[in-house]
Design a binder for this molecule. Sequence first.
Ligand code: ADP
Ligand code: ADP
Ligand code: MG
Length: 454
Amino acid sequence: MFRKILVANRGEIAVRIIRACKEMGILTVAVFSTADRDALHVSLADESYCIGGPSVTESYLNMGAVITAAVVTGSEAIHPGYGLLSENSVFAALCDQCNIVFIGPSAESIAMMGDKNEARLAMIKANVPVIPGTEILADPDEAERRACDIGYPILIKARSGGGGRGIRLVKAKDELRRNFQAAAAEAEKAFGDPGLYLEKYLTGVKHIEMQILADKSGNVICLGERDCSAQRRNQKLMEESPSVAIDDAARAELVGITTAAVKSIGYHNAGTIEYLYDGKDGFYFMEMNTRLQVEHPVTEMVTGIDLVQWQIRIAYGLVIPFTQQDIELKGHAIECRINAEDPEHDFRPQCGTIETLHIPGGPGVRFDSAVYRGYAIPPYYDSMIGKLIVHSGSRSEALRKMHAALCELVIGGIAHNADLQRRILKDKRFISGKYDTGLISSMILKPEVRTDVK
Ligand code: ADP
Ligand code: ADP
Ligand code: MG
């Protein structure tokens, strides 16, 4: 096994990876920015090195600095976590060139699936149903013509978009041209790539995704679905596994489609294929995330499989010893993302010091976070400060457990979204399980500013 791994990330996911390494007897190296000197990942790792200034471009996205730290410390592998460099194919290739193992798929797989247009084409080739849509469009004229064929409402999507960004809803023809031009400019600025395509906007659908692990010998295992339909502005807020909308037959279909898709692209390591599901016509491929997912703990809770440890083993070259038949989803798990955002003030990100902190506990309660009492949240990074995860025998028990845990959770000194999460848990549609991706906007937005078109 690897002797030493560098963790090229920060926050809760860096802590999560360091913990997995410790359990496996692997030494860890943390890298950090000048704004993160007091961060938890810095003190938990065996060695820690400052690699640059507060902005991510100066530090966590600085490939030269990260690779240098790995070489100097004798790290044999780099775990990129999620976000930051995790889906950067240039970085994965650079690791290869420097004889450092990138804990993730090949640079080619990252490049292919990170280009949402290429990914759609690859899936069409593998006979996976995709959302009706287009390839990359040359100009607004072409967009107008193609949108007419698909029918409104449509979404304009950025080829290189991610994290819920780079998506625009267009309800009618007269709004298309203006939105197309604005979206291209935005995508160029945010992702350095103005490439856009169109997709039919589906309503009343669920976001269902399948977690996979694939080794370098071609074994592909599906680890159950996650229902991530509770979203605000295309960003997940709450995730659960299994989904009440998926029965055994639908799950078997999803495993079949996903296994074929993953095999067709020769993918290895952990990954997630995201689908929209309407309950009638089945699953439509949306995208593949070629990395560890934020919401991976719900899958860990129901399968009992440590995804981070398996990422490391697969990257080392080990073969997965279990088969699809060995995978059993036990009970029900839910995750709430705790964001330092003020729901009362348009979800403005919060920074400041955590003055009081009480973390709920008890059987089946997990809090993945990097905050502690006295910790000052810096203004430079993601607003997600923790993930509260519960696991119970049934969905109704899990809902009650999550409600109790959210009531117990105390994070004083900054505004956050735990009350909103409690409201979602008490919503009749959420309780029934029959909620779709429009649930949260219908709860928190006045009808005239809703972005869904129901
Ligand atoms: P998940 O599907 O794992 O929940 P998210 O879409 O929430 O993934 O993204 C995971 C993390 O990566 C978030 O911190 C998000 O902000 C970030 N992220 C993902 N893709 C991009 C991107 N293209 N640009 C900027 N941030 C991104
Ligand atoms: P990202 O890379 O930002 O995660 P996705 O393509 O996964 O982008 O889309 C983010 C979210 O936007 C989805 O989870 C879903 O809720 C919504 N969405 C994306 N495509 C469509 C579509 N064609 N119709 C309806 N909703 C969509
Ligand atoms: Mg997505």
